[in-house]
Write a protein that binds this ligand. Structure first.
Ligand SMILES: NC(=O)c1ccc[n+]([C@@H]2O[C@H](COP(=O)([O-])OP(=O)(O)OC[C@H]3O[C@@H](n4cnc5c(N)ncnc54)[C@H](OP(=O)(O)O)[C@@H]3O)[C@@H](O)[C@H]2O)c1
Length: 363
């Protein structure tokens, strides 16, 4: 058996390489999964951009003499166990989780339950547990066999969006009723806007590039959509919250300067990967990184884990149904290494139709 990997240069994310190596024999307790499909969105580019700082390169360390300088970017999707040296994990089992951009992955299932397991490999122990979890599709309340592409593309993003919405409501929107979302055309931003739009009395303003205004308006979940350039036309005295998916340092500064009543500045993403920068010396509130697991943990404590999951599943089901019915995502499949390299290059470059949803298979 051969493993095909799509590797990315850690120093130049535009440089990729396909490597094919013979699969190593499994050790006792390990299982080999074929990665059947994974999604590529800006989220994965951000993983690479913060690969060192936030340890995203550490999930699937590249092995071998020629590994120096190359990284394996984590992706979300579905795999099937094709070989197992772990008694509790049978061949044929289908799972959702975090994968390398590769045809296969070797995991060490631990804490196995009827609903799933974690990868107990030693190198993953220090990493956030949420990324180490593998859900058995046969017992997964989010799973539907006919929407695997949409699940791979939207599910991890929606969970973050839902928790942002919940965090904002839980904080009484920091006393504001106007929320500004950058990279409004990104899936994570519009899923957040979709959640916020279910609440009364909240104005959700989407900020985006000129080419993506019409798409954002068509979604129906933004109260208003403006280009980045039109920001100055907003009433700066309005108490507001900034939810930042773009990570654009210049834009962040303009928002902090234009809104002296900015009540909270929430850093979620870095879709504008060429415009990232620090937040030192900004007027107004400190730009604060959103940490989804903290809000999930708080709600699991308050509501109980089962209620948290049920609420999330209910809203996810409504959201993914709306996304499918209204054609918010047009799936493009890449099924060979060269196509996968092209898909990576395209997502990295940006400027794409925001409807596009890249699904890749290297197996
Ligand atoms: N912290 C978390 O837990 C978490 C979880 C999920 C996602 N996120 C973050 O949310 C952001 C959005 O992710 P996504 O996967 O939802 O994105 P996506 O759907 O792939 O977003 C596409 C949009 O992002 C902007 N964009 C993408 N590449 C660009 C480039 N090279 N230059 C300029 N603009 C670019 C454009 O929006 P505009 O024209 O509207 O700017 C584009 O329409 C990412 O930075 C991601 O890391 C964070």
């Amino acid at each position: 058996m051969t493993t095909t990997e799509l590797l990315v240069s850690k120093t130049d994310l535009a440089v990729t390489r396909v490597r094919q190596t013979p699969a190593a024999p499994l050790q006792s307790g390990q299982a080999r999964a074929r990665v059947d499909r994974f999604a590529l969105t800006s989220n994965n580019i951000t993983y690479a951009a913060f690969g060192d700082a936030m340890h995203y390169w550490d999930f699937f360390p590249v092995q071998g003499d020629d590994a120096q300088g190359w990284g394996s970017v984590p992706v979300w999707g579905f795999g099937t166990v094709v070989e197992s040296a772990c008694a509790e994990v049978p061949v044929g089992e289908r799972v959702y989780g975090y994968w390398p951009m590769a045809s296969h992955a070797v995991l060490t299932p631990a804490r196995v339950t009827p609903s799933g397991w974690i990868d107990g490999a030693a190198h993953r122990a220090p990493l956030p547990p949420i990324y180490n979890q593998y859900e058995r599709s046969s017992a997964d309340p989010f799973y539907r066999a006919d929407t695997e592409d949409l699940q791979a593309l939207l599910r991890p993003l929606f969970a973050t969006s839902w928790l942002i919405d919940d965090f904002m409501a839980d904080s009484d929107f920091f006393g504001a009723r106007t929320l500004l979302l950058s990279s409004a055309s990104s899936k994570t931003a519009y899923a957040t806007a979709w959640c916020l739009a279910q609440r009364a009395g909240i104005e959700v303003i989407g900020l985006t590039s000129p080419a993506n205004v019409a798409f954002c308006e068509s979604l129906g979940c933004y109260s208003r959509v403006l280009t980045y350039e039109a920001l100055a036309s907003l009433d700066g005295d309005t108490p507001s919250v900034y939810i930042d998916f773009a990570g654009n340092a210049g834009l962040r500064r303009r928002i902090h300067e234009h809104f002296p009543n900015l009540r909270y500045s929430c850093s979620v993403g870095g879709a504008h990967v060429r415009e990232l920068g620090g937040a030192k010396g900004l007027p107004g509130p400190r730009a604060t990184l959103f940490f989804a697991p903290a809000q999930a943990k708080k709600r699991a404590g308050e509501w109980g884990a089962a209620t948290l999951v049920q609420r999330l599943v209910d809203d996810w089901t409504s959201f993914v149904t709306a996304a499918a019915d209204k054609g918010w995502v047009q799936v493009a499949h890449s099924e060979d290494p060269a196509a996968a390299q092209a898909a990576w290059a395209q997502v990295l470059a940006g400027g794409n139709d925001p409807r596009s949803g890249q699904i890749v298979r290297l197996a």
